[in-house]
Design a protein around this ligand. Structure first.
Ligand code: CTP
Length: 401
C-alpha cells in the first residue's frame, strides 16, 4: 500500500508572504512522496519566490496569471480544479483569507478554488498583529465553518522581529495534515483503531526506571497507516523519541499498569486493537520514595509480575498482538495467539539486525487462529502496519470472541 500522497493531484497555492520560500520545500516533499503538484501563485507571491523555482521542483507548468493564455507556464485553472484531489494554500496571507472567505475570484488561485469540489487546506502566515485582527479571525472562522481545514499558524519569532502567532506551519507537518485530509476516503473510514507503542517504564526510585529497547517505531507506523486510511486512531504510548502522527489521539502512559488502565478505557468502542508496545513482564515490587543509595557489592531487586494487558483487554474487536522472539518463532507465537485470545499475531525475530528494535524495517510472520501463516518480506514498518490492517479489516465484524 503506497503512501496516501502517491499519484494524487495536488494544487499548491502560494501567496505573497515571506514564508513563500517554505512552499518550495513543501512542493519538493509532496513530489518526493509521489504526488503530482501544480503550483498556482498569486501575483504577490512572485515578489518572494520565482515560478521557476516551483517549475524546477515539480517539473510541471506553474500558473501565475489567469489572463495570459499565451504564457508557456499558464494552464487551464478549470481543469486544474476539477482534477485536484486537494487544494493546499501555503502560505495563505490575510488578503487571500479574506478573498477566500468572501468568494472573490480575481486571480488564478482564487478562481481555481471556486471552481473545485476538492477539499481545501489553508496554512496562514502573517505578522502577529494581522493574525490577531478580528477581520482575519472572522474570515478564518467563516472558512472553518465551511469545512476548510486551517493548519497553524504557529507561534514564534516572525520576520518582523515580533514574537507571536503567525509562522507558517513546518512543511513536514503540513504534509501530515494533507495526508490526514486525503485519508478521509480510506477503507478504514468510520473504524476505531487503538494502537499501543513503546517500552513501558517501571519505576524503581525517583530517578531510575526499568525499561527495554523498544523505540515505538512499529506502533507509531501502525497508527500512521491507520490514520492514512481514514480510521479514528488512538495511540497509547510510553515516552519515546518520535512525534505522534498528526490527527491521532494520543494517550501518554509510562508503566504497564498505567497502560492497562488506559487500554481498558480507550478500547471499549474499538474495532481493531493492535498491541505493539513492549510491556515489561515484571516491575519492582515497591517504588522507593528515596533514591536508592549505593551499598554492598551486589544488591537484589525483587520483582512482581505485571498484568498481561492484551490478555486482559477484551471486547467485540479484532485483537492483534506482536510476539518478540529470539528462538522458536512460530511455536512461541502460536502459544501467545491462543493464551492471549488474539485473532492475529505478528511474530518477529528480534535478533535480526534489519528487523525489530530501533530500525525502520521489519520482517514478520502473520499467524491467525486458523493456523494460516503469512510470511511477509522485509518491509518498512509503515508497510507492515498496512499489511496488519489489511488482515484486521478483513476480520472486522466476523471475529470470534
Ligand atoms: N503483552 C501485554 N502485556 C504484557 C506482556 C506482553 O499486553 N504484560 C503483549 C505485547 O504487547 C505483545 C504480546 O503481548 O503484543 C506478546 O508480547 P511478548 O513480549 O512477545 O510476550 P510475553 O507475553 O511478554 O511473553 P515472553 O516474555 O515470555 O516471551
Amino acid at each position: 500500500m503506497p503512501n496516501p500522497l502517491h499519484g494524487k493531484n495536488i494544487v499548491l497555492g502560494v501567496t505573497g508572504s515571506i514564508a513563500a520560500y517554505k512552499a518550495a520545500d513543501l512542493a519538493s516533499k509532496l513530489v518526493q512522496a509521489g504526488a503530482r503538484v501544480d503550483v498556482v501563485m498569486s501575483e504577490n507571491a512572485a515578489h518572494f519566490i520565482t515560478p521557476m523555482t516551483f517549475h524546477a521542483l515539480t517539473h510541471r507548468p506553474v500558473t501565475t496569471d489567469l489572463f495570459d493564455p499565451h504564457s508557456e507556464l499558464a494552464i487551464d485553472h478549470v481543469a486544474l480544479g476539477m482534477r485536484a484531489d486537494i487544494i493546499v494554500i501555503a502560505p495563505a496571507t490575510a488578503n487571500t483569507l479574506a478573498k477566500l472567505a468572501a468568494g472573490v475570484a480575481d486571480d488564478a488561485l482564487t478562481t481555481t478554488v471556486l471552481g473545485t469540489v476538492a477539499p481545501l487546506l489553508v496554512a496562514p502566515a502573517m505578522d502577529a498583529h494581522m493574525y490577531d485582527h478580528p477581520a482575519v479571525q472572522d474570515n478564518l472562522a467563516r472558512l472553518r465553518n465551511r469545512g476548510v481545514t486551517i493548519v497553524g499558524p504557529e507561534g514564534g519569532r516572525l520576520a518582523s522581529g515580533l514574537m507571536g502567532m503567525g509562522r507558517l506551519t513546518d512543511p513536514e507537518v503540513l504534509v501530515e495534515h494533507i495526508k490526514l485530509v486525503l485519508g478521509r476516503h480510506g477503507d478504514l473510514l468510520g473504524k476505531k483503531v487503538v494502537v499501543s507503542a513503546g517500552g513501558t517504564q517501571e519505576p524503581l526510585d525517583p530517578v531510575r526506571i526499568l525499561t527495554n529497547h523498544s523505540s515505538g517505531k512499529q506502533g507509531y507506523a501502525v497508527a500512521e497507516a491507520a490514520r492514512d486510511r481514514g480510521a479514528a486512531v488512538t495511540l497509547v504510548t510510553t515516552p519515546v523519541s518520535l512525534r505522534p502522527p498528526v490527527g491521532v489521539r494520543v494517550v501518554r502512559v509510562k508503566s504497564a499498569r498505567d497502560m492497562l488502565e488506559a487500554m481498558l478505557d480507550v478500547t471499549n468502542q474499538a474495532d481493531i486493537v493492535v498491541m505493539a508496545a513492549a510491556v515489561a513482564d515484571y516491575r519492582p515490587v515497591a517504588e522507593s520514595d528515596h533514591k536508592i543509595k549505593k551499598s554492598g557489592e551486589t544488591i537484589s531487586l525483587e520483582l512482581a509480575k505485571n498484568p498481561d494487558i492484551i490478555a486482559t483487554v477484551n471486547g467485540p474487536f479484532v485483537k492483534i498482538g506482536f510476539a518478540a522472539e529470539t528462538e522458536d518463532l512460530l511455536v512461541n507465537a502460536e502459544t501467545k495467539l491462543r493464551s492471549k485470545g488474539l485473532h492475529l499475531v505478528a511474530a518477529n525475530d528480534v535478533t535480526a539486525t534489519d528487523a525489530g528494535f530501533g530500525v525502520d524495517t521489519n520482517r514478520v510472520l502473520l499467524l491467525d487462529r486458523d493456523g494460516k501463516v503469512e510470511e511477509l518480506p522485509l518491509l518498512t514498518k509503515y508497510e507492515v502496519g498496512h499489511r496488519i490492517l489489511d488482515r484486521a479489516l478483513a476480520m472486522v465484524g466476523k471475529q470470534r470472541a
